[in-house]
Design a protein. Structure first.
Length: 65
C-alpha cells in the first residue's frame, strides 16, 4: 500500500503538473522531488515526521542497543 500511495502522490503532485523537455530534465526533477518528499515533507502517517527523520532515528536506536 505504501508504494501505491507514493506513486499516486508523485503522479498527482508532480508529474501531471509539469511538462519535461527531455529525459534528463525529468530525471533531474524527480531527483529533487524525492529529496523534498523524504527530507522536508511531513507525513501524517508518520505523525508529522519526515521519512528521513524516522529512518535515521531507527539507525541511531540500533547503534545504542
Amino acid at each position: 500500500i505504501f508504494i501505491e500511495r507514493l506513486w499516486w502522490t508523485l503522479k498527482y503532485h508532480y508529474f501531471y503538473l509539469r511538462t519535461f523537455e527531455n529525459g534528463s530534465k525529468l530525471r533531474y526533477g524527480l531527483k529533487n522531488w524525492f529529496q523534498y518528499y523524504n527530507r522536508e515533507r511531513f507525513h501524517q502517517s508518520l505523525e508529522d515526521w519526515t521519512p528521513d527523520e524516522i529512518y535515521f532515528m531507527k539507525q541511531e536506536l540500533k547503534k545504542v542497543a
